[in-house]
Write a protein that binds this ligand. Sequence first.
Ligand code: TXA
Ligand code: MG
Length: 316
Amino acid sequence: MKAIVSDPLSIQDAAALLRAGNLCAFATETVYGLGADATNSNAVLAIYETKGRPRFNPLISHCADMAMALRFARFSPLAQRLAERFWPGPVTLVLPAIEGAGLSDLVTAGLDTVALRIPGHAGARALIAAVGRPVAAPSANPSGRLSPTSAEQVREGFGGTVPVLDGGPCEAGLESTILAVDDDRVVQLRAGALAREEVEAFLGTPVAIAEPNAAITAPGMLKSHYAPDAALRLNADAPEAGEAYLAFGAVPEDVSGLMLNLSPDGDLREAARNLFAYLSRLDAFGAKIIAVAPIPARGLGEAINDRLERAAAPRQ
Ligand code: TXA
Ligand code: MG
């Protein structure tokens, strides 16, 4: 790394790195992102190399404000309403791209749509504003590994080779909800940190969920993903001998051994925030099998169960 930055990084240091075409990881309210200038193809390529991503999935372009977002996508009145209600925040909108606006083709992966998000984390917005261009960022982890929710986890994941703008622990702890929006339809491509019920309550209509093989999908949704080293056994009311336990809510009295509780009070928001960090802590303790308590399907439980099912899927 060039000696143009101090340690720890300031927002201005991080912006200088990104403007010069380097990578820099940064905090958002969902998970840490591995950022690159979204208009610079060489910089975006470095994201794929650094993550070891096997193929080119389209990336989310993070914007500082609505003025920036409007330069890169066409907002229908419906998309405008969603943006006004939920941005800044943990939701990504997939919208028709404005051609020739300057985003690298590697960011859109040749699609005629673009995924945009204005993050809720004030430090992230200040960083993007200082860069002056959208910042492309997938989660800041080697491909197939757990998404990091602290600067420390980013450093560990990449062995200290990636500069990190430390913005504290992530408030939500799960990736953003992805919604594809056209003139009159909203389709959820990925469950995430904004519960589908909240979107439905705002719109007053149900939100469709993308079928796995439908025409509009989020191409990056691999079946096995977000994986810890340990094997997972889901919907376990109690651990069996030798298993670690990832609990939720009240725990049976006779449970002993290695255990972390996502939320002793059964709060799904708290469970979402703790999910990735606790899985990686159980890994660090050397757990071979992690039994996971049942998580209710309502609210953020949809996204938590989605991540758990991917983490439990056969590894690719
Ligand atoms: O919370 C988050 O969303 C984090 C933070 C850093 O913002 N980012 C993140 O990015 O999770 P990533 O690259 O892991 O996920 C982006 C998802 C992928 O599943 C990709 O396929 C989808 O967005 N995506 C991007 N552009 C798309 C498009 N034009 N159409 C459909 N899906 C798209
Ligand atoms: Mg990811």
